[in-house]
Design a protein around this ligand. Structure first.
Ligand code: PMP
Length: 291
């Protein structure tokens, strides 16, 4: 069913609300001027992975958009747990969102109420390991991640997803699973909802996350690789260099770790390190839910 017509409850401004009643008015600043920030998280075995990190990023994203989420990290943690539980979920996706309300409807909206909601839904792992190991195909996006001087790059802000949706639609229209986006200087950046890594001579290479989202999965993968003694280079990567990498994978809360077989003209062979990191990431997310 469509997302507004489901059973269950949504945490809405502090209360568990019947799913279909969690509505907002059409004259909401968040809708017209994109004064909205959100998170995307996953629960494994009823426990949200890296929940605190997501709550902290959620509050930081709002601050970058000049508003304050009216709940502390501790309150957000309790609210997320409550909504996962109230919906009887074990493995699910968790979507907190905060936006400016309707008191002011112009660019300036300092006195608007900040609304906060948290929904959860079933979103199974996109692929099993064997399917994943074939690798997905990436288009090259026509839009680039903007110069960090032109927008708050590190915020998970609704407005920044306009470029991602356009790029993802174009990629799917052309038969690809997703699009690889370059940054404003033409360097490799990320995908439309996931970060990207490359493998060369047993080491990981990934772009520096200073003009796009520094994913919590990205940080986890870096830590998992280092734990295995794998060297990790966060550096500028030009598209021409992609011919020199043997493996490529994307990672994010939704995508988890997903190998890539091609990106535009560049070809990769999903291999041993990708497989190892898929296993490590799966173990890490499940270990956390048992611990
Ligand atoms: N980049 C973009 C544009 C994303 O939407 C996401 C998913 N939130 C990511 C990267 C990965 O972030 P995370 O690992 O925190 O989910």
């Amino acid at each position: 069913p469509p997302f507004d017509q489901r059973d269950g409850v949504i945490w809405f401004n502090g209360a568990l609300t019947p799913w279909r009643e969690a509505k907002l008015h059409v004259l909401s600043h968040g809708l017209h001027y994109a004064s909205a920030v959100f998170e995307g998280e996953r629960a494994y075995g009823g426990k949200i992975f890296k929940s605190r990190e997501h709550s902290e990023r959620f509050r930081r994203s709002a601050q970058l958009l000049d508003f304050e989420i009216p709940y502390s990290v501790a309150e957000l943690e309790a609210a997320k747990d409550a909504v996962v539980k109230a919906n009887g979920m074990q493995d699910c996706y968790v979507r907190p969102i905060a936006w400016r309300g309707s008191e002011m409807m112009a660019v300036a909206a300092q006195n608007s109420t900040i609304h906060t909601a948290i929904a959860v839904w079933d979103w199974p792992s996109m692929f099993d390991v064997e399917t994943k190991m074939k690798g997905i195909r990436l288009d090259i996006a026509e839009y680039r991640r903007p110069d960090p001087r032109t927008e708050p790059s590190l915020a998970k802000a609704a407005g920044l997803y306009m470029i991602c949706t356009i790029s993802k639609h174009r990629a799917e229209r052309r038969g690809y699973a997703d699009a690889l986006m370059y940054d404003w200087l033409g360097r490799v950046a990320e995908c439309t909802g996931a970060n990207v890594f490359f493998v060369k001579d047993g080491a990981l290479h990934t772009p520096i996350a200073d003009c796009f989202l520094d994913g919590i999965t990205r940080q986890t993968v870096i830590e998992l690789a280092k734990r295995r003694g794998v060297a990790v280079f966060e550096r500028r990567i030009m598209p021409e260099e992609l011919t020199g990498f043997s493996e490529c994978f994307i990672c994010g809360t939704g995508a988890e770790v997903t190998p890539v077989s091609e990106a535009g003209p560049y070809r990769f062979e999903p291999g041993a390190l990708s497989r190892q990191l898929i296993e490590d990431y799966t173990r890490e997310t499940h270990r956390h839910s048992e611990g």
